[in-house]
Design a protein around this ligand. Structure first.
Ligand code: FES
Length: 183
């Protein structure tokens, strides 16, 4: 009888010990797994493909101004949520989509078709038609957005602001394969 009680008490304590260890294990594992997966979660949270319009809005060999609404717009953003960018159509399915901001201190650059240059009004930064730095204080070329062509429209990944940290060159044409983008 007392042996039976002993077995029951032992198995009860064993069960409590296992349950306690399981709780502690889960409490440690959840934040560690969350930390390890955070880059993946962050990337997918900021993936926001937005259409800039039909392809025929962007004639081949030309650079046109386009704009889109910031996908993370808040009520207080008002007009500032409208974000411009420069679209250069290199060939039928090759584009470059430049951030409007100068790579020096962020002033909006303007495209001058006569000279085929982007110029920055703030400190005289100049860029070639392909976004490469030509002269002035910027230390690099213009930042570019990831783009893809889908159902006859040009889309950019507007959730990921182009920065030095994320200058991937992903180009997807109608969901088929990948090819390197210019610049
Ligand atoms: S912000 Fe463009 S050159 Fe300084």
């Amino acid at each position: 009888m007392s042996e039976e009680k002993g077995v029951t008490r032992r198995s009860l304590l064993m069960g409590i010990g296992i349950a306690f260890n399981a709780i502690v294990g889960v409490a440690i594992a959840v934040p560690v797994i969350g930390y390890l997966l955070s880059p993946v979660k962050k990337k997918s949270a900021y993936n926001q493909w937005i259409s800039l319009g039909k392809l025929d809005q962007f004639p081949e060999g030309q650079t046109r101004l386009a704009d889109f609404v910031n996908p993370f717009k808040r009520a207080q953003d008002g007009e500032t949520a409208n974000t411009p960018c420069w679209v250069r159509r290199v060939s039928t399915d090759q584009f470059q989509v430049f951030a409007i901001n100068c790579a020096h201190l962020g002033c909006p650059v303007r495209w001058f078709p006569q000279s085929e240059l982007f110029m920055c009004p703030c400190h005289g930064g100049v860029y070639y038609a392909d976004g490469a730095r030509a002269s002035g204080p910027p230390e690099r070329g213009l930042f570019t957005y990831e783009y893809k062509v889908e159902k006859g429209e040009l889309h950019i990944n507007a959730g990921l602001m182009p920065t030095l940290a994320d200058q991937s060159k992903l180009v997807v044409i109608d969901g088929k394969g990948k090819s390197p983008c210019l610049g």
